[in-house]
Each structure stands twice: as C-alpha cells, then as structure tokens.
Design a protein around this ligand. Structure first.
Ligand code: PLP
Length: 478
C-alpha cells in the first residue's frame, strides 16, 4: 500500500477555491477595462502553450497566473455591460454559484434513482417557470406535458423534430427508419439550428420548406398553408412546423395562433422557438406576443441567453410528455431499477438525446430565488425600456434609421449612407474595444444589431454606446 496521492485535498480546495472566487469577483469589478472583443489573431493563444502536457504536477497559483497571461487576452467579454452583439449569453452571481455547487456535487442525473433531488428540483422549477412566464398550464409536469432543461435550443429543436416524426408515423419511423415522404416547415428567418436538426435526423434539406416572410420578416401563414396543401397533393407527409417568437436576425414574430390553427388542421407538430425573446414573458405586458402558444406541441426558450443564468440552460416544454418519452426512451438492462419500473418517477434521460445530464436546475433555482419574480421583472423590464429608448434616439437622428420599432430588446438600425459605410462603422466600433455589436443582412440591406440584454447593462452604457456610434460615424472618412 502507498499513501501517495496527487489529489487536491478538501483543505487545498477550500484555499484555492477562495482565491478563484476572489479572482472572478475582481474580474467583474474590472471588466469594463478590457476591450470587449478579443484582439488576438488566429493561433496566437495556442502558440504560447507548451507543446506537451506537463510531466510534473504544477501549483494552482501558476495556473491562475497563466489564466491572466495567456487566456485573458483571448477572451471576448460576454459579461461586459458594453456587450451588445449577437444575443447575450449572460450570467449572474447566483447562477455561477449554483453551477459551482452542481460541479461540486458532481451528480449525474440520468435517472431519478441516480439522484432524486436532481430530477425533482428540475421538474419543480420548470413548473414554476410555467407560472412565472404565463405559459400554458398543460406544459406542467403535473399535467399532460412537462418541462426539461436541455443544453441548448438546438437540442430542444431536435427533440421536437424527433417527437413530431414519431407522432406522425405512429411511432413507426423509430423502427423502419423510413422518412422518405416527410416534410418540415420553417421560415426563411428561422434559426439555423432547426435546419441542422433536420439534417441530423436524416430528413434531408430537400424536404425542408423555407416559407416566405412578410414585410415584418414574420412567416406568412398563407404561404405556409399553400405549401402544405401542395405537398400533400404530391404525396408528401407534412410533420413539423417551427414558428419563432423573436427571430435572430431582427426579432420578427411569427403569427403563432394562425400557424397553430393550420398545424391542427393538418395534424402537424408545432414547435415554437423563443430562445432569446422568451425571457420577456416574465413581464406580463409582453405576453400578448405569445398569443396562440397553447396550440404548440413544444416550446423552448433559453435562460442562458437573457435570464441571468449561465450557459447551458434551455427550458424545453412539451404539451404531451408521453410522445417525447416514447420517442426517446430506451431501457437497457444495466439501467433498470425499481423506481423506473414502477413508472412512479420521471427519468430525464428519456427527454433528450444524451443519457447523462448535469444538475442544471440548481443554477436556475438559485437565480429565481435570488431575484424573485419582482427582481427578474425589474431587470428584464429595464433592458426592454433601454431598447425602446435607444430606438427613440435612432428615430430622432437625421443620420440613422430604424428597421422597425423593436418588440423586445433587439434594435436593428443603420446609418443612412449604405451597406459599406455601416460595415466600416461596425468594424471600427468593435476594434475600439469599447463596445461590441454585430450585424445582419435583410433583403440585401446591412443592419447593425444592438442587443440590450447583458446582466449589468444600464442606461449609462447604452447612452455611452450611442454617443460612440455617432462620434465614430462622424469621424470615419471614406
Ligand atoms: N433559436 C434562436 C431564435 C436563436 O437566436 C438561437 C441562438 O441565438 C438559437 C435558436 C440557438 O440557440 P442555442 O445556442 O441554445 O442552440
């Protein structure tokens, strides 16, 4: 026997852990001093790393020094209040601590039996969210449906696609693998993750119909129905439609009720993706944008975008959990246990693609309890107010124009000078390191996207950004 051990002792963990928490707290205090967008060139980080893994153990302090020296220059600061790019991937103190606790417990919650609290807290928090966001009651686990935390909206869309396929084929596709006549429907503005899901499930993008949008970039229900009718006449089997509340490019809102009625008429699964905008429904005055959601078979939004919960955390709800479970359930001998066999519990491994799962409900539970409904409404409401304010400034300016009044927290705007000027303006702003924003192209026109949703973003940051945008635009000579 040898008592040799390279493991970190609980005492060392306590000591180093405190240093790391201090390091993160210092980082948050100093975050605005970093350039928001990392300035390193491709390969620059990697070439500084040793070619081989170390033979000898190294002290934790040295690792933290290397984080400062090697890693920080290659970080784009998503948690900076001056981050207005893409859609946010924000976090908060309670969320980081919840995630740390999840790592500390190191639970793998594939079955109820592998840690009952992991499953039961998740079901409970997901039911809370149904009330918190004013979602249809049948999304509750205590009803016909239920919620599960998926890693991403992409995985949620894949689970929805697979369930839709099985429901439409009386659970035969899982056996025969014959998907040859199935057709799926999205709009030209739907997030690419749904197209990816279609590729993964073997439907083939030839049978993915991209429906036209109207002048607000929302899916045209008439065009959808015409396409469905045409496909049925040609012997195809429409099985899945995805509607979006808050598209990625411009936050367009598909008419969920009208699309839902079409889906009911033709027996098609409706998935609603509200990955970013879904968080706005914590504010009751925004819930009219989810009108018709009770017609959806599945729904997803990402607290890991805007609801102060760090990546990864997607809330996926289904109206009828039996379809999802029947689609994904598989019970090998080595996973059999009494609780599962009695059917008395939820085994979340049957609710998504992978088997193993982290205890993600902890961070969501901590966030909801830390802020309370009141706190969430206040901060999300502030972001929404700041987006309206920014849009007003754009509207009042003679140099810039708005795409449309922002329904949520994304403002699409542009300088009136044209595409090349706007691209140059965006690149110059991002190179300044003071803010970071990204773009989209709609009908050939380049639009700047100002997404206001970082946890710490306040009016002063938005005002500073607007002044910087104006000053930079004035200073650019083309
Ligand atoms: N759906 C929409 C509307 C999105 O904007 C995004 C990402 O920005 C996604 C889906 C994909 O999100 P995830 O990274 O969680 O898969």
């Amino acid at each position: 026997m040898t008592d040799c051990s390279y493991h970190m002792t609980p005492g060392q963990f306590r000591e180093e852990g405190k240093k790391l928490i201090d390091w993160i707290a210092d980082y948050y205090e100093q975050i605005e001093e970093y350039p928001v967008l990392s300035r390193v060139k491709p390969g620059e980080i990697r070439k500084q790393l040793p070619p081989q893994a170390p033979e000898k153990a190294e002290p934790f302090d040295k690792m933290l020094q290397d984080v400062d020296r090697l890693i920080m220059p290659g970080i784009t600061h998503w948690q900076s209040p001056n981050f207005f790019a893409y859609f946010q991937s924000n976090n908060s103190g309670p969320s980081v601590l919840g995630d740390l606790l999840s790592s500390g417990l190191g639970v793998q919650g594939m079955l109820w039996a592998t840690s009952p609290a992991c499953t039961e807290l998740e079901s409970h928090v997901m039911d809370w969210i149904v009330d918190l966001m004013g979602l249809p009651d049948h999304f509750k686990t205590t009803s016909s449906g239920g919620g599960v935390i998926q890693d991403t909206a992409s995985s949620a869309a894949l689970a929805a696609l697979l369930s839709a396929r099985e429901k439409k084929t009386d659970f035969m596709c899982n056996q025969t693998g014959d998907t040859s006549r199935l057709t799926a429907y999205i709009s030209t503005q739907t997030h690419s993750s749904v197209e990816k899901g279609v590729k993964i499930m073997g439907i083939g993008t030839d049978r993915l119909r991209k429906i036209d949008v109207d002048d607000t970039f929302a899916m045209s229900p008439q065009a959808l129905e015409n396409q469905i009718i045409g496909d049925i006449q040609n012997g195809y089997i429409p099985f899945f439609v995805c509607a979006t509340i808050g598209t990625t490019s411009s936050n367009a809102i598909d008419p969920v009720r009208l699309i839902g009625e079409i889906c009911k008429k033709y027996g098609i699964w409706l998935h609603v993706d509200s990955a970013m905008a879904g968080t706005a429904f914590v504010c009751p005055e925004y819930r009219h944008y989810s009108d018709g959601l009770e017609l959806a078979d599945s729904y997803a939004f990402n607290p890991h975008k805007w609801m102060f919960t760090n990546f990864d955390c997607d809330c996926f709800f289904v109206a009828d959990k039996s379809v999802l479970i029947r689609t994904l359930s598989i019970l090998p001998e080595y996973l059999k246990n009494e609780a599962t066999e009695k059917g008395a519990v939820i085994d979340y491994r049957d609710w998504h693609v992978q088997l193993g799962r982290r205890f993600r409900a902890l961070k969501l539970w901590f966030v909801i309890r830390h802020y309370g409904t009141e706190g969430l409404r206040y901060h999300i409401g502030e972001h929404l107010r700041l987006a309206r304010l920014f849009a007003e400034w754009v509207n009042e300016s003679s140099a810039f124009e708005l795409l449309s009044k922002p329904p949520f927290n994304l403002v699409c705007f542009r300088h009136k000078k044209g595409n090349a000027s706007n691209k140059l303006l965006m690149d110059t702003l991002n190179q300044s390191g003071k803010i970071f924003l990204t773009h989209t192209v709609l009908d050939g026109t380049f639009w700047l996207r100002m997404s206001i949703g970082q946890t710490q973003t306040r009016e002063e940051h938005v005002e500073k950004a607007w002044k910087l945008i104006n000053a930079t635009s004035d200073s650019i000579r083309e």
